[in-house]
Design a protein around this ligand. Structure first.
Ligand SMILES: Nc1nc2c(c(=O)[nH]1)N[C@H]1C(S)=C(S)[C@@H](COP(=O)(O)OP(=O)(O)OC[C@H]3O[C@@H](n4cnc5c(=O)[nH]c(N)nc54)[C@H](O)[C@@H]3O)O[C@H]1N2
Ligand SMILES: Nc1nc2c(c(=O)[nH]1)N[C@H]1C(S)=C(S)[C@@H](COP(=O)(O)OP(=O)(O)OC[C@H]3O[C@@H](n4cnc5c(=O)[nH]c(N)nc54)[C@H](O)[C@@H]3O)O[C@H]1N2
Ligand code: SF4
Ligand SMILES: [Mo]
Length: 729
């Protein structure tokens, strides 16, 4: 039978716009209809939120249904390509398990009994409880935990409400100690995206950074491009990572001993005169203190600590010295390893400085000139009580020491914390010592979670507020600081599905109910963004069309006579020996302290990323789950054999405190040292509402009952737990 255009449209309902049609007509059919010339696609630029790299994406929409995502070619973080996770954004959008309407808990906390509620009722309830907490205990008794785009909406809301108790796992569980280490050395952090000029490097050094599994898009593109152009690669990792597979030098270091290796490298660079003397004379201070402090750190000494042969330590130091300054010492990103993480990061920064690589082609390039303002807002009230988010740690950042707020919630000291507002973070997975997180949650008068999926922490909430996915909303403009300044727009590709709503709308509606409407003086978020563009002199129309604009004349990546670096340290110079640390009673030059090694029969528990997943947030994603359905525990093949364990067999992991994991498959491999095991983080979620990932794989966080707090930044080193493997009964 031949279908005319009209009968086709009539019979399929394709011509009618809207949600019912979008879900009713199968995607295969839409694609056929497009090919047959019966319908036409629209293309809408936006940026990705499957991780925090914020890659520009272009969505192809057929009849109200998103059928494909591509990388935006003009966007610096994607350059026309998305990673697998970014492509999987459609999976999130159409995941049938999504949160669809506001939910109010009608059971005990954690029991998972919810009833549907209207937005009016749910928001009214949250506002009423927040008002009650403010009246009884003061606004500081509410804390915000947040990560990613929702922060731009809920941080202003909670600030306007009057609390500055804020915790973001991106600080104390991620890059906090790294940023502090670089700030103490150079006066600023290495940036996000990290300003690594790998594309021009002659030598790239990765210490733990498992690029290729850590799939930050443009960074992996630069890495492979740099290698393609002939850069030599040194990888320090106790596991033969994907990156190690590309390396000239793989250093399978004894876990937790990296600082010994770094101090030995520093010592060799100094004693062999391979440091950049004119650069240091001009820009740095503290050289002689540094030289003296590391003088005992010989390659032979480091060999004892690290298991890396002295000759290899020597050879790799020379590779760096001879190719300086075009050497990228990668600053890493997830730096919360062993509790001395600021000092390890300091060592990375010092090595970078000695090689003259900061501000040099092939090293770390300098920040862009200029910035864009976030737009004016009515000033927020001053807190009546000292915020708890630094946890009392002298160099903790404003992003907050999450676990300090958790501990205050449990103890009620120095003052009570009665309510948590959680957006864009799955605290039960992100924070170490899950039992403490549960204990704190059980003390609360109010737990509100804004999420897109029924994840572990959401399913503990009194009220769950369903945010629509990033493909269905506006968010704050993304200010990109690559070599040039750029600005990108997130705009809805389709209308929100179900009853979900954008974060900006939720925040504004709550503000109205909390008598804080003055802080949200616009009607739509697009109106706010347009005003911001006018102030910044950017064409909103161009931005809407292209998705991303590069601001001209903002690149100043390398040091030249006209482009001199500014170091915002105490001395205004690169601090090889840190005055600020010394003043606060810490070692001005990093000192290596040996960490405990696993007891007999135990393995150190380490963790990392899968290239096709982001933490827990994608585990249930239909597209990505298809690619990797559960994590596995890597164990050295010899050890597996000795334990009588076979590849693919299920085991339980039990840690030093008796915490037991869900079942997890064995991956017996020669690609890992004998003293450790390794797993991908984020698995083993418990909510049954996650139809694909519920109880699939094991949760590393459940085994991280101990953590080592960095005394400088308050961040939590989480690779300090030891586990044994038990066959599943
Ligand atoms: N696909 C994907 N990519 C991601 C993410 C994601 O969820 N998915 N998350 C992003 C985020 S937020 C972050 S912070 C980054 C994290 O990514 P990275 O910053 O690269 O993380 P690390 O913890 O440094 O790297 C884990 C590696 O450290 C090794 N390792 C374990 N113990 C030691 C040790 O004692 N010494 C050394 N030298 N190595 C050790 C492990 O074997 C593993 O290869 O990834 C980012 N990219
Ligand atoms: N043991 C251990 N702990 C770790 C790590 C580890 O490797 N091992 N990694 C650490 C690191 S580096 C980091 S950065 C943190 C990450 O910590 P988190 O950012 O908390 O990571 P996720 O587990 O992905 O939780 C994200 C939550 O946000 C929700 N979400 C996703 N998109 C949206 C959205 O658009 N809107 C809203 N409202 N919600 C959304 C997801 O459904 C999920 O519930 O964890 C840290 N903790
Ligand atoms: S790196 Fe991948 S997941 Fe992250 S923003 Fe880019 S495309 Fe999305
Ligand atoms: Mo992170």
């Amino acid at each position: 039978m031949k279908l005319s255009r009209r009968t086709f449209l009539k019979s399929s309902g394709v011509a009618t716009a809207g949600l019912a049609v979008a879900t009713a007509v199968p995607e295969k059919f839409l694609l056929w209809a497009e090919e047959a010339g019966l319908i036409k696609a629209t293309y809408v630029p936006t940026f990705c939120e499957i991780c925090f790299w914020k890659c520009g994406a272009i969505a192809k929409v057929l009849n109200g249904r998103v059928v494909k995502l591509d990388g935006n070619p003009v966007h610096g973080n994607s350059r026309g390509k998305l990673c697998a996770r970014g492509n999987g954004g459609i999976g999130l959008l159409y995941d049938k398990d999504r949160l669809k309407s506001p939910l109010i808990n009608v059971g005990k906390r954690g029991e998972g009994k919810y009833r549907k509620a209207s937005w009016d009722e749910a928001l009214g309830l949250v506002a009423e409880k927040m008002k009650g907490i403010k009246q009884q205990h003061g606004p500081e008794a509410m804390a915000l935990f947040t990560h990613g785009a929702p922060t731009d909406h809920f941080l202003p809301l909670l600030s306007a409400y009057g609390t500055q108790n804020v915790g973001m796992p991106s600080f104390a569980q991620c890059r906090g100690p790294r940023d502090v280490g670089y700030e103490l050395t150079f006066g600023e952090g290495p940036g996000s995206p990290e300003r690594v000029d790998m594309i021009n490097s002659k030598v790239i050094v990765l210490i733990g950074s498992h690029l290729g599994e850590n799939m930050h898009n443009s960074q992996v593109q630069d890495f492979t491009e740099g290698l393609g152009r002939g850069a030599k690669l040194i990888v320090v990792d106790p596991r033969f990572s994907i990156a190690a597979g590309k390396a000239q030098q793989w250093l399978p270091i004894r876990p937790a001993s990296d600082l010994a290796l770094l101090l030995a490298w520093i010592n060799i660079i100094i004693t062999e005169g391979m440091y950049d003397r004119p650069y240091l004379d001009q820009f740095a201070e503290g050289f002689s203190d540094l030289a003296q402090a590391v003088s005992h750190c010989t390659p032979q000494w480091a060999e004892q600590e690290t298991d890396i042969p002295a000759a290899q330590i020597m050879e790799t130091a020379r590779m760096m010295g001879q190719n300086a300054p075009a050497v990228t010492i990668h600053p890493g990103r997830h730096a919360t390893w062993y509790g001395d993480d600021v000092q390890r990061s300091r060592a990375l920064a010092i090595l970078t400085a000695l090689l003259g690589s900061w501000g040099r082609s092939g090293g770390l390039f300098m920040a862009t000139k200029g910035s864009l303002t976030k737009g004016e807002s009515k000033p927020f009230p001053e807190p009546g009580k000292e915020p708890l988010n630094t946890g009392g740690y002298p160099f903790a950042g404003a992003e907050g020491v999450t676990q300090a707020i958790r501990e205050a919630t449990i103890s009620g000291a120095p003052y009570p914390i009665k309510g948590w507002f959680v957006s864009g973070t799955n605290l039960l997975k992100a924070l170490p010592d899950q039992k403490r997180t549960l204990e704190a949650i059980n003390k609360l008068d109010l737990l509100v979670v804004v999420d897109v999926m029924p994840m572990d922490t959401a399913m503990m909430a009194d009220v769950i507020l369903p945010e629509c996915s990033y493909l269905e909303r506006y968010d704050a403009l993304a200010i990109g600081k690559g070599k040039s300044l750029s600005v990108s727009l997130r705009q809805p590709v389709i209308k929100p599905l179900y009853e979900s709503q954008p974060g900006w709308w939720i925040a504004k509606e709550l503000a109205n109910r909390l008598d804080l409407a003055d802080y949200f003086p616009w009607t739509t978020y697009e109106e706010k963004i347009k005003a911001q563009c006018v102030t910044a002199g950017i064409s909103y129309d161009d931005l809407k069309k292209l998705g991303s604009l590069t601001i001209p004349d903002t690149a100043a990546p390398y040091i030249t006579p006209e482009n001199q670096p500014v170091f915002k340290t105490a001395s205004g110079k690169i601090e090889l020996s840190s005055k600020e640390l010394k003043e606060k009673g810490f070692d001005p030059v990093p000192v290596y302290v040996r960490h405990p090694q696993p007891p007999e029969g135990f393995f150190r528990l380490t963790y990392g990323r899968s290239a096709v997943h982001t933490f827990s947030r994608t585990t249930n994603n239909p597209a990505l789950n298809e690619l990797y359905k559960e994590n596995e525990v890597w164990i050295n093949a010899k050890k597996a054999q000795a334990l009588g364990l076979k590849n693919g067999e299920y085991v339980l992991l039990i840690n030093q405190d008796g915490a037991k994991s869900n079942r997890i498959r064995v991956k017996a491999t020669q690609r890992i040292r004998e003293d450790m095991v390794y797993m991908v983080h984020g698995w083993g979620s418990t909510p049954k509402e996650l139809s694909r990932s519920s109880l699939k794989g094991a949760d590393d966080q459940g085994l991280v009952t101990r953590y080592a707090v960095d005394p400088i930044a308050g961040s939590t080193g989480m690779r300090v737990n030891f586990v044994k493997l038990q066959k599943e009964a």
